[in-house]
Design a protein around this ligand. Structure first.
Ligand SMILES: Cc1cc2nc3c(=O)[nH]c(=O)nc-3n(C[C@H](O)[C@H](O)[C@H](O)COP(=O)(O)O)c2cc1C
Length: 309
């Protein structure tokens, strides 16, 4: 599959997930076979204000290419400036977030709020396409709510103004992350445009992957299904693998250290990940509770050894 001039070696993409898809986790997923990784969403406004915290989200590792950066905002000019920002130079693709359901984003007219304001969404995408030669992609949902499903119209608008690919999460904003993914709606979007369509939502194994592929999408994007299970990429690629949790989690921690994250960041981040890594283990909920009491990296390493060795 190609996104404008960028060729992907397979059809598996790691979804952007704020607070999860940081540099270390992306590196783990890339090593498992993800063809494309995407940063956590980055505020175009924060980029303009030269926020150091935002720059941290833009760290990539050698060998990450192709890699996409996701930006969000509601001002076409600010979004265009973000596309020209020197810190975005190293990225192969720029993705625009038009699907985030978080109230603090929606109330600013950003993320999925843009599905309710298609003229503004059009102006933002147009401004970004005109600001850079890089492929611009757009990630959105089926619509704002059940009464306002407009993914087909939205997808056609994206194509018309020059987006190189689109990702459709098969839910509305009002659904957040609950309810079932609407495969028929994704299929209808795929049939309505000629640019590549990436299907997203609830891919956790071979069966759900094949169900998504049956919609005709060109590639799939995997989010929560990769948290605690980065081996999913190997599984879907039909590669042999051993689910060595201890080795993989320790590698993730090593990457945090390599990329300069402090002990507090690592402990808190591992707290977010541990429940998923513990899935399928005996006494998982008890282990999780105990893990949350850990404060130092040494305690975390000891804990991991005692559970997974
Ligand atoms: C914790 C979390 C953070 C997320 N952050 C982002 C984000 O920064 N940008 C974005 O476009 N989507 C974000 N999403 C949505 C995912 O990219 C994806 O569309 C959604 O989780 C459905 O896919 P999944 O079922 O494979 O997880 C986030 C989802 C979760 C659960």
């Amino acid at each position: 599959m190609k996104i404008k001039n960028i060729e992907l070696k397979n059809n598996l993409i790691l979804a952007p997930m704020a607070d999860y898809t940081d540099i270390a986790f992306r590196r783990i997923c890339k090593s498992m076979g993800a063809a494309l990784t995407v940063t956590e969403m980055v505020s175009a406004k924060a980029l303009m204000y030269k926020s150091e915290k935002t720059y941290e989200l833009l760290e990539t590792f050698r060998g990450e290419h192709p890699v996409s950066v996701q930006i969000f905002g509601s001002d076409p000019l600010v979004m265009a400036l973000a596309c020209k920002n020197a810190h975005l130079k190293k990225f192969d693709i720029i993705d625009i977030n038009m699907g985030c359901p978080a109230p603090k984003v929606v109330k600013n007219g950003e993320g999925s709020a843009l599905m309710e304001n298609i003229d503004l969404a059009r102006n933002i995408i147009k401004a970004c396409v005109n600001a850079t030669d890089k492929p611009i992609t757009v990630k959105f949902r089926l619509g704002f709510d059940e009464d306002n499903i407009n993914a087909i119209l939205f997808a056609q608008m994206c194509e018309e103004v020059g987006a190189s690919a689109i990702t459709v999460h098969g839910r509305t904003r009002e659904q957040y992350y609950s309810g079932k993914v609407n495969y028929e709606a994704i299929k209808a979007v795929k049939e309505a445009v000629n640019i590549p369509v990436i299907g997203n939502g609830d891919i956790t194994d071979k069966k759900s992957y094949e169900r998504m592929l049956a919609t005709g999408v060109d590639a799939v994007m995997i989010g929560r299904g990769a948290v605690g299970n980065p081996w999913i990429f190997k599984e879907l690629l039909g590669k042999k693998y051993k689910k060595d949790k201890l080795k993989t989690i320790n590698k993730q921690i090593d990457y945090y250290l390599k990329y300069g994250k402090n002990e507090r960041y690592i402990v808190l981040t591992m707290r977010k990940n541990i429940a998923q890594y513990l899935k399928g283990e005996q006494n998982a909920s008890e282990h999780k509770q105990n893990f949350f009491k850990l404060e130092t990296l040494q305690e975390v390493r000891q804990f991991l050894n005692s559970i997974f060795a």
